[in-house]
Design a protein around this ligand. Sequence first.
Ligand SMILES: Nc1ncnc2c1ncn2[C@@H]1O[C@H](COP(=O)(O)OP(=O)(O)OP(=O)(O)O)[C@@H](O)[C@H]1O
Ligand code: SF4
Ligand SMILES: [Mg+2]
Length: 320
Amino acid sequence: MPLLDVKGLKTYFYTNRGVVKAVDGASFTVNENEIFCLVGETGCGKSVTALSIMRLIFPPGKILSGKALYKEEDLLKIPESEMQKIRGREISMVFQNPMNSLNPVFTIGYQISEAPTVHFNLSKKEAWKRTTDLIRDVKITDADTRAKCYPHVLSGGMRQRTMMAMMLSCNPNLLIADEPTTSLDVTIQAQILDLLIEIKKKRRMSVILITHNFGLVAEFGDRVAVMYCGKVVEIGDVTTIFRNPLHPYTRGLLRCLPIGYKRKSKLGFIPGTLPSPIDTPSGCSFHPRCEHSTKSCKLREPELVEYEKNHFVACHLYER
Ligand SMILES: Nc1ncnc2c1ncn2[C@@H]1O[C@H](COP(=O)(O)OP(=O)(O)OP(=O)(O)O)[C@@H](O)[C@H]1O
Ligand code: SF4
Ligand SMILES: [Mg+2]
């Protein structure tokens, strides 16, 4: 059984410009102890998917329908008080820019210890021990001194490590990392991701890694879902997707990858532009950019079907 099962998730924003269909029927599963990647061009709905799972969508946004089953409970239905217990303790999220999540007026030690102190009812001494252990776990040297520092004195990489320590502080089963390294330079990016993998292995947790970068998917991912216009269009093992990409969009993305793509490359170039999420094309939303598009592609939306074992695709080319 999967750890997380997202089915038909729809999250829209009701803006003055019109209805933004940010996530429009996305479905995927995340298994225990795996790195699951969500990949797609900017604006395709990756972050909104993650925020919906965490129930952090606020007006003018609204989760319209769908399920997010976690340990058989639907996260989209449970009361907010239940959800507060799940956030941080069961599922944690690391954001792209750690400075937005760290509070400048508290020391990092205080911020790391805050959640576990409340959740586990720790004494001051226990909380300090746990905090300095966590700081060591994320490979920040001189933990006792660092714990007393304020965020602004730390480098970008250190802040991201601090964020990870905070997110790990209550021992979550699932960590959602939303472009955790985009704001960092390439060498630091690699160090942070290597650290993430090491921690994941040690703690046997699952990670949803959100990224633009198919190179990172190849290097770190176990399974991957490709998103386009708020929907998952292909999903499978990373090795299978690289060996046998099915969806014309996935194929386009992989065709654009240079040789020796690992770690460096962003998504490549595909002819045409990403449609506006307010005015998404009828039928298959990829049809204006697809070289295989037929009349029925404009009329009918393809369903996500299992083409081969554990390899799903939403495209009329593969319907039987
Ligand atoms: N608070 C909001 N109000 C209105 N529209 C929003 C809001 N948040 C997101 N959107 C819109 O929803 C769509 C999906 O956004 P989302 O942030 O999920 O994209 P993304 O795939 O994470 O992109 P990126 O790779 O740039 O982070 C975009 O069109 C975005 O403009
Ligand atoms: S459904 Fe049609 S338009 Fe969409 S990706 Fe497949 S072939 Fe292309
Ligand atoms: Mg995003």
